[in-house]
Design a protein. Sequence first.
Length: 317
Amino acid sequence: MCGTSLKRQQPAEDFPALSPTSPTPDRYRVIATLPGGWSAEAEQQHHHHHQQRASHQAQMTRQQQEQQRRQRQQEFLEQHRRQQREEEQQRQLEEQKSAEEALAAEAEKSANALFRRIYASRDTAGGEVFEGVIAELCYAADAARHAPTPEGSRDYSAEEERRRLLGVETLRSVLHNLFDEYPFFHEYPPRELEITGTLFGMLVQQKLVPDSPALGVALRYVLDALHDRTSDPAVDAAAAEVGGAAAAKALGGRMYRCFGVFALRQFVPRLMEWPHFCGHLLRTPVVERHPELARQVRFQLSRAMMQQDGEEEEERE
């Protein structure tokens, strides 16, 4: 104790004594005071700022979640629409394919009916049956060349369009059948082969065979037939009885007699369009066996050369 009395030290100004009777604001201010000088107001501001930031982050999170939800919904709708479009396109393709198959089947029947009419009538070129069949095919080809435009299709009914397409497909079927059957023509009976050759030539004459490449193939078929020297025992025997072996040999093969010559006679007027083809024709047995036909070929070749000379003279002028 050292003779000294202990006195109660007064608290520092920064740490005033607290008593239950102290004013409430001072009491809370003193209680909230921290050694580092962090006041209650700063703590409240910090807490308020923290709450604002947390609220802002929560709001941003909700907005992002809402945006993601809308994006997923939009993606789902786009996928659904795309799937619907694909299904609709697939359905339309199937319907179109079914319609095309039905049209092709009907065109095949129509083409076979035309062949039956020709072969059953045993008609010749210029006959009523031939003329009727060629007229139908010409009408179909003309309809194919003059298909209705979008502006004019409003006055063009669906049934008229179907008939037009049927005619076009029928002509295509006729041509395909003839071209596909050519390797077997030598097996045809003479009379049927003559009818086939006549029909083939009339299709070329009426420009019902497309220019490229079908027309070149058709001309090649005729040229090959005109080079045929294959003997035909049945016909050769009949010719030998009448004119001897030399006469039988002069007839040439069946493809020459019954197809090549009959086909060529039908499109003689168009020969001037193909001078090189005329040159090839003049190197076939036609020159010897059919002088009149050979004369017509030479005449068409001369017309072609005159026309070519006239065009060259116009170019020089």
